[in-house]
Design a protein around this ligand. Sequence first.
Ligand code: ATP
Ligand code: MG
Length: 455
Amino acid sequence: MSRARILVVDDEAGIRQTLRGILEDEGHSVTTAADAVSGSALMSSDEFDLVLLDVWLPDRDGLELLSELREGDFTTPVVVISGHGNIDTAVKAMRIGAQDFLEKPLALNRVVVSVENALERNRLEQEVRELSSRLDPERHLIGDSDPMRKLGNDLELAARAESRILITGENGTGKELVARRVHSLSRRSSRAFVEVNCAAIPEELIESELFGHVKGAFTGASGSRHGRFEQADGGTLFLDEIADMSLNTQAKVLRVLEEQRFERVGGSDPIEVDVRVLAATNKDLEGDELPAGRFREDLYFRLAVIPLHVPALRERREDIPALVDHFLRRFAAEAGRRPKTVDPAALERLVAYSWPGNVRELRNLTERLMIMAPGDQVGLADLPPRIRGKGAIAPVADDYGSLKEAREAFERLYIERCLVAAGGNVSRTARELGIDRRHLYRKLRAYGIDPGREK
Ligand SMILES: Nc1ncnc2c1ncn2[C@@H]1O[C@H](COP(=O)(O)OP(=O)(O)OP(=O)(O)O)[C@@H](O)[C@H]1O
Ligand SMILES: [Mg+2]
């Protein structure tokens, strides 16, 4: 077991001393507290891998304190120590979430074993959580189109290299999903994935969020706090909406990337971390933000060692049917219902629509269809007007003077739709229509269809 940070809360100085001695001999770092008030403050600081907690504290019952903390978000493993060990206390301790129970007088061997077990179990639990989240279908990128397949390949290669990655793409294209996937395919997958949304955090708080702060660093900083960089130690830090970071914060982040080292806000001790940074943005850093001086060039080059671009959904319309199917199944499973299907006319409109909100928009729509569409099959009438479009899809007889005219109108529409579905790719459209590519080009010219416009 590697070095762990252990907190001992016990009112007897002798016990604190003994425990410190044996645990430090085992290579751990030990902090002590003599009462519930200071112990509880340290426990909530989230800085420890394990707590040894006495039941009889001068100011409070240790089990009561533990039970209260467990109701919040306190998940650190705790081994309870008691001088008045009896079965009842032991059972109660375990029930409120203690890992183990030790009786005084402490048998030193037993202490060491119990501590190592608790640490090991915690490590395993973390690993299991990470593994099961890796199997989570939510983590998989749906889409078999050429650009998505390329992205999948690049992503796998990039994930294994330790390099920094800059993920770009419009809103809702799946940038965060890509970041999580990179983490779970990387060597760091059993360690933390920590996300910071730079756009959501007010400027004056972002530094403390990233780097943590020491007690009293600013008004309201009543305790010290780990920053996200420290939380991500050994793992991955995902800086989302990176373009929203101020120039001032950019400079500080740059320094961490260069030195893998920083200080907490208000602190002077350098903290070293081993963090892989992934960043994402929907802005065009190279085209807009760098020339405008809103983003530091040196930071850009540090972050974008490997750029991964997630294409907009309208550039890979072939993926739409699979995504619709995926989300319909998922929302059906969540609601415990049978998944709905989509009739061909409705699917055609879904494929032809431009999806400015990309996969997120499609996901939200399918969720709504799952709940709101009355039948088992989603039809045109269930689609919102922006997607259903104006014109009827079937040609109306009166609109055409002859069979030839009607046939040509239909052919034109049909080719346009196929072209849209193939993301404007003429060769693929020709294959799908079962005609020669040159033949298709002649048709496109004849009908005045511009393949570039159909992307
Ligand atoms: N290829 C995909 N397969 C399955 N689900 C996807 C795919 N792409 C995106 N999603 C889902 O769509 C939603 C939006 O994706 P995500 O949050 O990753 O997008 P984003 O690019 O980070 O968006 P924003 O720029 O708005 O932050 C999520 O629920 C995500 O799981
Ligand atoms: Mg996002």
